[in-house]
Each structure stands twice: as structure tokens, then as C-alpha cells.
Design a protein around this ligand. Structure first.
Ligand code: FVH
Length: 294
């Protein structure tokens, strides 16, 4: 549980689905909130909940020191802040972007006299401000800004600072989202395999969840192997054994009439690593393969 935050006036630019959820959480915690949105109707509803609606983005930025952006993309952040005086402002960008966009936006903000934090939100709007939802936000950039506003930032969702490099919040965000996509690809393929059989998806889902939950801690082993540089294994299935099993995965997909297109890119990487003479390793070496092609 974050410490109760002192009421801190803040400005929020962007009241889409996420911005609205954030504004509601800060208002509910007693923070004075000034909002602006390109389409005014989307900000108007927040007035009834205590927000001050500014007539322009520049007016909203002028209203207070802590300025938060939650817009569609980095281009919309640039368009929105163009013409606003950022001198002396603490700009916190909750807009999803790439690491390079975070670094460029930090340099851009600092050149205009602002301190800057970039952020990556690990939540969907209904999780914002909800107790024990598991929602949190990665922050990177100005450590001084983060420390000063930590309690306020932690109101809508947990606040995790990941370093002074302003690109790190986006990098952590996108790395986790990419891992999530890999997991969803696996879930998609698994449901397709059983779909035409007399297996109820509702009976299958708990099996899938408990298997993925049991396998997820393998990430810790991969981290240890990356640290040690020793990828050889005699405790989990080695690459030679796994590649031999790949034909079973592919033949099963064929038997079930399921396209293997979600499976084959990963299996192909395993085969390449095996062909390069790494049959005694686990799959950690695939990380090197992605980075170096070898
Ligand atoms: N919603 C979600 O599930 C995800 C969860 C993880 C984090 N994302 C990121 O949060 C940012 C905002 O997302 P959102 O859900 O609020 O998105 P929308 O409801 O589509 O609202 C977009 C807002 O951006 C404004 N906007 C778009 N283009 C411009 C522009 N050129 N100039 C000024 N504002 C712009 C838009 O305004 P309007 O269309 O209402 O006038 C909304 O305020 C985003 O980075 C997600 O990746 C959410």
C-alpha cells in the first residue's frame, strides 16, 4: 500500500480511456486535477467529478508544476505540448512509446527547462485506482522528480523506478508486452489444437493456466545462465531432445488441421542453434541467436 499522498495539484493532458481512469483516481485521492483533451467533450465529464477543465493545453500546463501526458503516441505528445511553456515544469509522460522516443522526449523537455520522467503503464484502465489490482507503472528519467512526486504517482497504480536512462521505462514496458504476446500466441495455438475435438474450452483453460504458471519461473533460470554464460543443462530438456520433439508438435498441428505459423519461427530458431553445435544447452542460447544471428 503506498503512503497517503499530500494533495498535490497536477495537470493531466489526455482524457482518453486511460487518462480518464487516471484522473478519477487522483481526484478520488483528493488531488486538485486540471485536465485538457483535444476533443473537449471527453474531458467535460471529469468536471462533474471535481476536475478543472482548461481551455487549451498551454493553459493546462500553466496551471501547475506537475504535468502528466497520457496521449495516443509520442507524436501526439509533441503536438499537444507545442507552444506550451515548460520552464520549471515536471513533465511525466505516461504515453506508450519506444525507448528512443523516451530518450528524445527527455532531451526535448530538458531543452525547454523541464525535468522529465518517461513511463510505461502495466495495466488496463479498469485496474487503475482499484485496490490490489496489480497495476503498476515503470518510470525512468529524473530520479529527483520521481522521489519528489513518488507518493502522488503511486496513487493510480504502483510506481516502479527503473533508472536514470529515460528509455528504460519504455524498454521494460515493451519487453513485458512482447513476452505477453508470446504467451498469447501459445494460448492461441493450444486452443486451436483442441477446438475441433470433444474437449470443453472451459475444462482446458485451467490446465493451460496451471502449466504456464508452472513454466514461467524458467525465466529465473535463463537469467542465471545469462549471468554465468554457461547454458549447458542436465536438469531440463536440452536442445537436442527438444528439437527431436518439435516434429511431434508439427505433426500434431497437421493432424488437427491447425496452421503451424505461430509455432514455426521459434522452432526454427531452436533448430539453427542445434545445427551450430549447441545440443547440450537449454534454450537460453536463442537469446544470443536473436542478437547476433549465431
Ligand atoms: N487503454 C489501454 O488498455 C492501454 C493500457 C496500457 C497503456 N496504454 C497507453 O496509454 C495511452 C493512452 O491510451 P488510452 O487508452 O487513453 O487511448 P485513447 O482512449 O485512444 O485516448 C487517446 C488520447 O490521445 C489523444 N490524442 C490522440 N491523437 C492526438 C493528437 N494528435 N493531439 C492531441 N491529442 C491526441 C486523444 O484525444 P481525442 O481523440 O479524445 O481528442 C485521447 O485523449 C496510450 O499511449 C496507450 O498506448 C493504454
Amino acid at each position: 500500500q503506498p503512503a497517503p499522498s499530500r494533495p498535490t495539484p497536477l495537470t493531466l493532458l489526455g482524457t482518453g480511456a486511460m487518462g480518464t481512469a487516471l484522473a478519477r483516481a487522483w481526484l478520488a485521492a483528493g488531488h486538485p486535477v486540471t485536465v485538457w483533451n483535444r476533443t473537449p467533450a471527453r474531458a467535460a465529464a471529469l468536471a462533474g467529478q471535481g476536475a478543472t477543465v482548461a481551455a487549451s493545453a498551454a493553459d493546462a500546463v500553466a496551471a501547475g508544476r506537475l504535468v502528466i501526458t497520457c496521449l495516443l503516441d509520442d507524436a501526439s505528445v509533441g503536438a499537444t505540448l507545442d507552444g506550451a511553456d515548460l520552464t520549471g515544469r515536471d513533465l511525466v509522460n505516461l504515453t506508450t512509446g519506444t525507448p528512443e522516443e523516451g530518450r528524445d522526449r527527455a532531451a526535448w523537455a530538458e531543452a525547454r527547462g523541464a525535468r522529465f520522467l518517461d513511463a510505461g503503464i502495466m495495466a488496463v484502465p479498469p485496474m487503475i485506482g482499484a485496490a490490489n489490482s496489480g497495476a503498476y507503472v515503470f518510470y525512468s528519467g529524473s530520479a529527483a522528480l520521481f522521489e519528489e512526486h513518488r507518493d502522488t504517482l503511486a496513487v493510480p497504480a504502483g510506481a516502479t523506478y527503473v533508472g536514470a536512462d529515460p528509455g528504460f521505462a519504455a524498454l521494460h514496458d515493451v519487453a513485458l508486452l512482447s513476452a505477453m504476446n508470446g504467451m498469447f500466441a501459445g494460448i492461441t495455438h493450444a486452443f486451436a489444437l483442441i477446438r475441433r475435438q470433444d474437449i470443453a474450452p472451459k475444462d482446458f483453460a485451467p490446465l493451460l493456466v496451471s502449466w504456464l504458471t508452472a513454466m514461467a519461473p524458467m525465466a529465473h533460470q535463463a537469467a542465471e545462465r545469462l549471468d554465468s554464460g554457461d547454458y549447458s543443462t542436465d536438469v531440463v530438456s536440452n536442445l537436442a531432445m527438444q528439437v527431436a520433439g518439435n516434429t511431434t508438435l508439427l505433426r500434431t498441428a497437421e493432424e488437427q488441421g491447425v496452421s503451424p505459423e505461430l509455432l514455426t519461427p521459434y522452432l526454427a530458431l531452436m533448430e539453427r542453434r542445434l545445427a551450430a553445435g549447441h545440443g547440450d544447452e537449454d534454450t537460453t542460447g536463442l537469446i544470443d541467436l536473436l542478437l547476433t544471428g549465431r
